[in-house]
Structures are given as structure tokens and as C-alpha cells.
Design a binder for this molecule. Structure first.
Ligand SMILES: [Zn+2]
Length: 326
């Protein structure tokens, strides 16, 4: 592996490589962003590069040296991934890290601890980790990976370098699906556009079913407007037609409003999640202001949360449709 194997996230990669080149790698990082977009993969890649015997020249892992091979096989003694075994990451898990930190790295490079789903630390664990962050040591790097950075205490957030990861561009998700999963290009690009920029979500989707569903939703969205209340009711009932599709439908709506915002700013189709459905994105971008689009995203997310908490489905969706600025 090397950074070249990472899909997307070029800005974050170049920040890390720059820190390596300047020998100013931090002691503690937070990698935050949507789940299943490659944050942990990049953290491992960074750990590999920190320990690679040939990394000095190009700030990247060679993938060939003994150290790189151990990392690839998950057997490098100085690279550790901590994952919650239960609902929480507990103080004993953090103490395990602290015990190891008292020794020098076994192979003379940097010891890297990656804490996956770091927001699962309970309070005692977070307090214990804070002590480590307050007394950093030169040999150790901590990387907290999370999709919910807002659940981490401010005291931890403020002591880490925070790298925020964007959803992947649809093109990157499609490339992953064709290169790694050998999917047909047409299927891959349709699924990618529905994935919300998450490889994990793309892999969960049933391609043909979702393509048909999105096409239906996109048509209704294009035609919906406040001057025609019936169009809003139809949109709501389409979203509510069956349980499986409701949450996915709200995700898709979110991506269209997000795309319209991006398109208003950049006028570049390559940045869009729904790049293959440009006319609808263009139409939204043309008739709505940025504030309307932000309002719509908030309205969709609020409905999603209400439904998560078992609110009445048709009432929630009807109310949402009438609150949207369309
Ligand atoms: Zn190497």
C-alpha cells in the first residue's frame, strides 16, 4: 500500500505528507467524517509511512520493506488499532495504550495507536486519554477516528490536530467499485451517485432497485414546488411508500440539495454526488438561493432524526415536504 492506493482525500494526504517532510508530524490527530469513506484506511497508511524504511525521500510507504509488509499483514508490533469490543471503549483499553507508551517503540520507528470509533469512549476512558494528550511523547502518535466528533469532549478536541474528511466524490466511489469490486462501470457510477460519498453505503445498496427509486424521486423533486401543494404531497408519499426506502430517500434528497449548493459555488459537475443527473441539480441550483438549500438540508436531517426516534412517518414526511423551500 501507499497513499496512491487511497481513494480521494488528496488534501488530507498532502497535509500529512507535508508534516512528514517538515518533520512536524503531530502527536495526536482526529480524523473525522462520514463513516466508511476511508478514514481508518488512511490512518493505517499514515502509520505505515511513519515506519517504512524507505519513506524519508517521498513521504510515503514503499509497501515492500519488512516494516511495510508487517503493517500490511496487521502484524507490525508498533502499529495498533483499538476497536470497541462492547458498546463503549473503556478505561482499561486506554490504560493498555498508556502502558505500552512507557516503552520505546520496538522497531525504532514511531508507535501509532489508531482508536476507531473514538466517540465510543466513555467518560472515564476519555479522561484517562486526556492525561496522555496533555503529556505527549515523541515516539507515539495517537489517531482518533470518528464519524461523530461532536461526541468527543472539547478538552480532547482542542488537543488534537483535526483533519475533517469530506464524503468521497462520486467518481472516486465509482473507481473503487470498478477497480476493487470489479463492478460494471455503468452500475458502479449509478451506485456511486446514490452512496452519499460513502463506499460502505454503496456496497450495501441493491443497484437496480435503487437506480429506479432515485429516478422516481429525482423526477418528483424536479417538478415539486410550493405553488402546487399536490406535488409536495406526492413527493412525501413517494418517500413513505415503504420503510426500506424512506431513510434512503431522505439521504438522496440531502445529496441533491448538497449538490445544488456545490454547483452554485463551483459550477463543476465533477464535484457532484449526482453528477449523472445534472439537469435536476442545475434546476435546483438555478431556482433556489444558498440559504434555501441550507434550510432544506436542515429540514431533511431533522425529519430523519424524528423518524429515527419513531415519529409518525406520514405526518413527518408531509410536514417536511411543506417546509422545504421549493
Ligand atoms: Zn516500506
Amino acid at each position: 500500500m501507499s497513499f496512491a492506493n487511497i481513494y480521494g482525500h488528496t488534501k488530507q494526504i498532502s497535509m500529512l505528507q507535508k508534516a512528514m517532510a517538515q518533520k512536524r508530524v503531530g502527536h495526536s490527530y482526529i480524523f473525522s467524517g462520514l463513516s466508511a469513506i476511508g478514514k481508518k484506511t488512511l490512518a493505517l497508511e499514515f502509520a505505515q509511512a511513519q515506519n517504512c524504511e524507505n519513506a524519508a525521500l517521498r513521504q510515503d510507504a514503499c509497501g515492500q520493506c519488512p516494516s511495510c509488509r508487517k503493517t500490511t499483514h496487521g502484524s507490525h508490533p508498533d502499529i495498533h488499532v483499538l476497536q470497541a469490543q462492547t458498546q463503549f471503549i473503556r478505561i482499561d483499553d486506554v490504560r493498555g495504550i498508556q502502558d505500552q507508551m512507557t516503552f520505546r517503540p520496538l522497531e525504532g520507528g514511531k508507535r501509532v495507536f489508531i482508536i476507531d470509533e473514538a466517540d465510543k469512549m466513555n467518560e472515564p476512558a476519555a479522561n484517562a486519554l486526556l492525561k496522555t494528550l496533555e503529556e505527549p511523547s515523541a515516539d507515539n502518535i495517537l489517531i482518533l477516528v470518528t464519524a461523530r466528533p461532536f461526541r468527543l469532549p472539547q478538552t480532547i478536541l482542542s488537543r488534537c490536530r483535526h483533519l475533517r474528511f469530506n464524503p468521497l466524490a462520486a467518481g472516486d466511489v465509482a473507481r473503487f467499485l470498478t477497480e476493487q469490486k470489479r463492478m460494471e462501470p455503468a452500475h458502479a457510477s449509478a451506485l456511486a451517485s446514490l452512496s452519499g460519498g460513502s463506499i460502505g453505503r454503496a456496497l450495501e445498496l441493491d443497484a437496480e432497485d435503487m437506480i429506479a427509486f432515485r429516478a422516481g424521486l429525482s423526477g418528483l423533486l424536479r417538478d415539486a414546488g410550493r405553488r402546487d401543494p399536490m406535488s409536495l404531497i406526492v413527493l412525501a408519499s413517494f418517500l413513505g411508500q415503504d420503510k426500506k426506502h424512506t431513510q434512503q430517500g431522505l439521504s438522496i434528497l440531502h445529496t441533491y440539495f448538497r449538490d445544488a449548493l456545490v454547483y452554485r459555488e463551483t459550477a463543476r459537475a465533477s464535484m457532484l454526488l449526482n453528477a449523472d443527473d445534472l439537469p435536476v441539480v442545475e434546476s435546483l441550483a438555478g431556482r433556489l438561493e444558498g440559504d434555501d438549500l441550507l434550510h432544506n438540508i436542515a429540514v431533511v436531517e431533522k425529519s430523519r432524526q424524528s423518524l429515527d426516534m419513531n415519529a409518525n412517518k406520514s405526518l413527518t414526511l408531509d410536514a417536511m415536504a411543506f417546509k422545504l423551500h421549493l
